[in-house]
Design a binder for this molecule. Structure first.
Ligand SMILES: [Zn+2]
Length: 390
């Protein structure tokens, strides 16, 4: 069996323009376990694409040798709309130019449609329920008639991922350490047992901050909706046996500029070890690396919002361990002549790992997110917030 490359065509939005994207299948269709991986939904986030560039030759090789037990779908650049957002020699991603919609919001929550079509038939047989739910979810996607290019992209991409056992959505931040956003349903017992796909992903990838969210965050991220399908149905039908049949994770692969062959090769090796450990590809995964940082709740994430305008200078690098009250950055008023008095210093509001920040010299404005810290303590001022500020 050898890999296949497919092209997905999107509908025309303006006369004379047409976009498409490529996806690849390794292993056999419908074989288990199924892994779905995509990169660059925010378009200008290429570390994941680089990791896949280094991973795919290993999968081609494994496929040729018949070592792939399951099915692996890879979409190296999932967003051709965002890829085309070139302005004045800059590539601008994250938001759709058409209406400023964040590309990683508004994915489709399939739980209501699945509940309506087969909810009454969900019983005590977990294996049968998983098969029924996957079939109904795919049918719900096939029944949709997306009105435009982006909506078509969402529907067609979710069709590729909806029946996966594992979904990895590869992103990066502006300037960041490797970090993961997980579902609480995949994590709680992981730390106690030091095992399971979620724990092993954090350990194999060398995550420096792993955060677990509500099982179904309101923001409808891609990784969110894939996990939430199972969480929502389990909550709605407590009498039925509904496992968390998809482990879905947002993998933040450091900084936008952290793209190199050396880093890509390391990330590919880490991903491949995890893939082997999950039994998707045959081989020896070796010893699990030590987890770098215990996972923390998303409600413990300190998000610093800029109180004023100015330009930024940071005191700390991503990955730094910080204490509550420690100075993280200055917002500097360029026209204030009094030196230190021109600086508004922003402090950490919790103890934890500073895992993401902006670049030195960036302009800042009121309300802008300046940095994020993963802390173990749930923060009063973060109650009810998903942490996924645009
Ligand atoms: Zn992103």
């Amino acid at each position: 069996m050898s890999f296949q490359r497919h092209t997905l065509h999107l509908p025309v939005m303006t006369p004379g323009t047409v976009r498409s994207l490529q996806w690849l299948r390794f292993g056999r269709k419908l074989a288990r376990p199924k892994l779905y991986m995509q990169a660059a939904i925010h378009a200008n986030e290429m570390p994941g694409t680089m990791a896949l560039h280094h991973l795919m030759p290993q999968l081609v090789d494994a496929d040729a040798k018949g070592l792939i037990e399951g099915e692996i779908i890879i979409v190296p650049t999932v967003n051709p709309i965002g890829q085309a957002q070139l302005v004045g020699n800059q590539h601008l991603g994250r938001y759709h130019f058409l209406n400023y919609e964040n590309y990683n919001r508004n994915w489709i929550d399939l739980a209501p449609a699945v509940a309506q079509s087969i909810g009454s038939r969900l019983g005590a047989d977990a294996t049968a329920n998983v098969a029924r739910i996957r079939k109904a979810a795919l049918a719900a996607l096939e029944a949709l008639e997306p009105a435009n290019e982006l909506r078509t992209l969402r529907v067609e991409i979710q069709k590729l991922a909806v029946d996966a056992d594992f979904v990895l959505d590869l992103h990066c931040d502006i300037h960041a350490a490797m970090h993961l956003f997980m579902s609480a349903r995949d994590w709680p017992q992981a730390e106690a047992t030091r095992s399971g796909p979620a724990y092993e992903l954090a350990a194999d990838l060398g995550s420096e901050a792993t955060m677990y969210n509500e099982p179904y965050p309101a923001a409808l991220t891609f990784s969110g909706v894939n996990g939430a399908l199972w969480a929502r149905l389990a909550e709605q039908f407590p009498e039925a046996a509904i496992p968390q049949a998809c482990m879905s994770c947002t993998v933040e692969m450091r900084s936008q500029f952290d793209v190199s062959h050396a880093q890509g090769a390391r990330d590919a090796a880490n991903l491949m070890r995890w893939i082997i450990r999950q039994g998707i590809v045959k081989g020896d995964a070796g010893r699990l690396p030590r987890l770098k940082a215990a996972a923390t709740p998303i409600q413990g994430m300190d998000v610093a919002y800029c109180p004023t305008t100015g330009f930024l200078a940071y005191h700390l690098e991503p990955g730094a361990k910080v204490k509550k009250g420690q100075a993280v950055c200055d917002v500097i008023d360029p026209a204030n002549p009094h030196g230190e008095a021109a600086r508004t210093t922003i402090h950490a509001q919790t103890e934890g790992v500073l895992f993401a920040r902006r670049l030195n010299g960036s302009l800042a404005w009121p309300g802008l997110v300046l940095f994020r810290i993963a802390g173990a303590q749930r923060l009063e001022h973060r109650a009810g917030m998903s942490g996924l500020d645009d």
